[in-house]
Write a new protein. Structure first.
Lengths: 222, 113
């Protein structure tokens, strides 16, 4: 490796180091694992879709607060910045695609007779009937890729777990097979995501316990 | 003619070295800026652990970066403990990117082994 490559890799190496430090204490696994459990419970309980964002909001608010409260006094606090430009570009392209779809549908102006609108309804119906599978595959692939790029095997495991939970969620017979009453049997696949969330929270709690033991509180302040 | 080209390259290289931002060029500040560049917010304790600097040394480097307008400081209390958070500014981000470009051109102008 020549010196030019060292300079070019500096940013990537530091980014990787910062992000690995962010996941090291286990709080991410604990908080997001519980978030997945909450969302799964809401899906199973037939709570309105518009409220499904609440557990995500909980995780976004709770994680930094927990890190500042318990991690910062021990090893310091860091919040990783924006992802790489490739990732930003990918997200921008996806958002633009979704917005274009919404805009085209909204501007079609021919009500339900519009073939475009009917096509959009078909797409939405197709997505909703495979919601668990699609979420599992997309979130699983993103999490596994994140784990692979950081060299964190447990994140790769979560990714595989999400994809598996998504695939299993398509099993329509589960609602009948379960010895408990579910409000909506077609949503019973969320149970697999709840189990995955519990496993993540368990791993996170164990990691956090070890982190607290290995890093006792410092007395001096900055 | 090859000699003339070498001279031109050397001049370009020397000019690039002369133009390097001295605030960023310090190894400690470069490492601090690199951490801040890839982070949304970083606290003093994290930088202390990652850079291996003493508290006094880190404080003086942070003060220099703040003076240059490359970082902003935010102080708050969490559970009665002081928390000093640093954020890189747009100017700091530009300075770090420019430094990296300049270093690459400097290294490109130097002879390989």
């Amino acid at each position: 490796m020549n010196s030019q490559m060292v300079v070019e890799n500096l940013e990537n190496d530091v980014r990787r180091e910062v992000r690995r430090a962010y996941y090291a204490d286990g709080l991410f696994d604990l908080v997001y694992g519980l978030g997945i459990v909450f969302i799964s419970m809401m899906v199973l309980s037939e709570i309105a879709i518009s409220l499904w964002f609440l557990p995500v909001l909980y995780a976004i608010v709770v994680l930094p607060a927990a890190k500042k409260r318990w991690v910062q006094p021990r090893v310091g606090y860091v919040k990783p910045g924006r992802p790489t430009r490739t990732w930003q570009g990918l997200m921008a392209a996806l958002t633009a695609l979704l917005l274009a779809g919404v805009l085209i549908t909204a501007l079609s102006g021919r009500g339900e007779q519009s073939p475009l609108l009917q096509g959009a309804y078909r797409v939405i119906g197709w997505v909703m009937s495979r919601f668990g599978l699609l979420i599992g595959l997309i979130a699983g692939a993103a999490t596994a890729w994140n784990g692979y790029s950081l060299g964190l095997k447990r994140l790769m495991g979560y990714g595989g777990g999400m994809a598996l939970a998504g695939a299993l969620s398509t099993w329509r017979g589960l609602g009948v097979a379960l010895p408990v009453h579910l409000a909506a049997p077609e949503r019973s696949g969320a149970l697999f995501f709840a189990l995955l969330g519990l496993a993540m929270a368990g791993v996170g709690a164990a990691l956090f316990g070890r982190f607290v033991r290995e890093h006792p509180l410092q007395r001096e302040e900055a | 003619m090859a000699g003339a080209n070498d001279k031109v390259d050397l001049q370009v290289g020397l000019q690039a070295i002369a133009d390097l931002d001295r605030t960023v060029h310090s190894p400690a500040r470069l490492l601090i800026l690199a951490v801040l560049y890839v982070s949304e917010e970083v606290d003093f304790g994290f930088l202390l652990g990652r850079t291996g600097l003493t508290r006094g040394n880190l404080s003086s480097h942070m003060a220099r970066l703040e003076e240059e307008g490359y970082v902003t400081v935010q102080k708050e209390f969490v559970a009665l403990r002081p928390l000093t958070l640093y954020h890189i500014t747009r100017q700091g981000r530009r300075a770090f990117s420019a430094y990296r470009r300049q270093m690459l051109s400097v290294l490109a102008s130097l002879p390989e082994e």
